[in-house]
Design a protein around this ligand. Structure first.
Ligand code: ATP
Ligand code: MG
Length: 559
């Protein structure tokens, strides 16, 4: 493929133009460069799909590269989970990831070159002084007294910084650009700071670590990246990105910025997600309410539904808040085709069919998925004692109530017409304990025997054969569309009712032995996933992956 879709957004158009101007299509190189300081989230998925997608479309290449230049916040555990998540999404499956830390030596040598060529110097003042002399947006900064120290002196200090002779903060290597530059980032920006800290890959080898602006362009350049795609906040950094590569005269990739993905009712920032985990607001990075890839996966999202979502939202230059319904829709579209339909009663109410033989169990045929002929059918037991949904019964029903009520007839899915004859209540509390019903034997399979109509069709399970389960219903994690807007801490907007746990639910027997990770549709309830962590064959724990219809739209409309 050579970019048939290439004009579909401004990034693909820019790359197409570069190809028209002589760049070989198979030379297109992109990268996904996460910092391993947390777990990947849905925002990263957008970047992953964009970078790997473009490389694939143009016949080029994309690499997963860890931007592991900060020893303080980075951990091997995060590297492993990120590799795993990227592969799960369907990318970088057959290759080892790259690491910025593998270029530390090269970066160091290039910094020495800058010093020798008069483009960098060691500033030995305190961080505070350096900050104070940077000036403001309206006032230029002032020169450091060390700005013109001899190159040999800077080079010597830099070597000793590297060797670990100084405490943190004693010196800083800075580029010598322009202390009056209108873009503050170009006022002699820092290249290296002293950090006497071990690195998760290089151990104790280094005592200086490169700053993002210095390192990132070099990483891109060293790898021969042609298009360095990043989010809009890096737009103001681009002149610096360009300056370093220009001055060094090395391969110069083109940086192009696009808008971050912000998803309503959640946060997409590793730091904020980390706060949710450490604050105990969720059970972990893979809590099914989290917008992390591990959370979405555990929730029951498929990689393809996330890829489709990323394709649908596209890329733009303006920040926006994307509706959660779009993500859910993409999943629902897929699960509608693939998920088998089963019956589960979440809030059981016992029904006794008085005219059904006491000891009889008959097996009824139930199709697995009306959207998929190949899915076939299964048998489900019917007997004298059943469970129906408590919310499907009303004692004082309004006229348009088509479900169970005294004297009302309904269809039990795949089974029979039944009529409610009597309501048994707890004499003390008035609580409805069971319904006494009769069935019409001539309506087997749920077909009307004589053309009479019933409007309601309910799901049910046979009491004796049903399987008990715990079912978790998740709601949005935050009460506000943008929890980070405003002055309050974002955790103040957490939705306290984002998890509802139902115990004593009753599932049809086919679900008794399901493996963790199994996805199905509980008819009339939504798509449910056997929790990969807590579910066991024999004692299933399900949670809702998505409602049947766009519950988010309803939520937003009512809030
Ligand atoms: P976070 O704020 O979550 O830590 P980040 O931008 O610091 O995000 P990185 O690890 O640096 O995280 O991100 C790797 C790549 O993913 C970068 O190119 C970044 O621009 C991109 N990215 C991060 N968040 C989003 C987002 N919400 N939408 C699109 N791309 C994103
Ligand atoms: Mg970051």
């Amino acid at each position: 493929m050579t970019g048939q879709d290439s004009a579909s957004d401004f990034i693909r158009s820019a790359i197409t133009k570069d190809i028209e101007n002589g760049l070989a299509s198979d030379r297109v190189r992109t990268r996904f460069p996460p910092e391993p300081n947390g777990h990947l989230h849905i925002g990263h998925a957008k970047s992953i799909c964009l970078n790997f997608g473009i490389a694939e479309e143009f016949g080029g290449r994309c690499v997963l590269r860890f931007d592991d230049t900060n020893p303080i916040s980075e951990e091997e555990e995060f590297v492993e989970s990120m590799v795993n998540d990227v592969r799960w999404l369907g990318f970088a499956r057959d290759e080892d990831p790259l690491f910025a830390s593998d270029y530390f030596e090269q970066m160091y040598e290039l910094a020495v070159r800058l010093i020798r060529e008069g483009h960098a110097y060691v500033d030995s003042r305190s961080m505070e002084e350096i900050r104070e002399t940077r000036g403001t947006v309206t006032a230029p900064g002032t020169h450091s007294p060390h700005r013109d120290r001899p190159a040999e002196e800077s080079e010597d200090l830099f070597a000793r910084m590297r060797a670990g002779e100084f405490p943190d903060g004693a010196h800083l290597l800075r580029a010598k650009i322009d202390m009056a530059h209108p873009n503050m980032l170009l006022r002699d920006p820092p290249l290296y700071r002293i950090r006497n800290a071990p690195h998760h890959r290089t151990g104790d080898a280094w005592h200086v670590y490169p700053m993002y602006d210095w390192a990132h362009g070099l990483e891109d350049s060293i790898e021969g990246v042609t298009h360095s795609l990043c989010t809009l906040e890096f737009e103001v950094h681009r002149p610096l990105y360009d300056w370093f590569l220009e001055v060094l005269g090395v391969h110069h990739p083109r940086q192009i910025e696009f808008a971050r993905l912000n998803l309503a009712y959640t946060v997409t920032s590793k730091r904020k997600l980390a706060e949710l985990v450490s604050g105990g607001h969720v059970t972990g990075w893979d809590d099914p309410r989290m917008p992390t890839l591990s959370g979405l996966r555990r929730r029951g999202y498929t990689a393809s539904s996330i890829r489709n979502f990323c394709g649908e939202i596209g890329v733009a230059r303006r920040d926006s808040l994307v509706d959660m319904a779009l993500l859910e829709n993409s999943l629902r579209e897929e699960l509608n085709r693939t998920a088998p339909r089963v019956m589960a009663v979440l809030r059981p109410l016992k029904v006794v069919i008085e005219n059904y033989p006491d000891d009889q169990v008959e097996m009824l045929d139930a199709e697995n998925n009306p959207e998929d002929e190949a899915a076939g059918s299964r048998e489900i037991p019917f007997s004298r004692e059943l469970y129906v949904e408590r919310t499907d019964f009303l004692e004082d029903a309004p006229r348009k109530w088509f479900r169970l009520a005294p004297g009302k007839e309904v269809r039990l899915k795949h089974a029979y017409f039944v009529t409610c004859r009597e309501v048994v209540k707890d004499p003390n509390t008035g609580e409805v304990l069971e319904l006494r019903c009769t069935y019409d034997p001539a309506s087997r399979g749920g077909a009307s025997p004589d053309g009479r109509k019933v409007r309601g069709t309910l799901h049910w399970v046979s009491a004796a054969q049903s399987v008990e389960a715990e079912v978790r219903i998740y709601d949005r994690l935050f009460r506000e569309p943008d929890p980070t807007a405003g002055d309050a801490d974002f955790t103040e907007h957490l939705n306290e009712d984002s998890l509802q746990t139902l115990s004593g639910c009753r599932l049809e027997p086919s679900l008794g032995e399901v493996e963790p990770g199994f996805t199905c549709q509980f008819m009339r309830h939504g798509y449910f996933h056997a929790d990969p962590v807590d579910s066991r064959p024999g004692s299933p724990v399900f949670h809702r992956t998505a409602a049947l219809r766009d519950s988010w739209a309803k939520l937003s409309a009512s809030s």
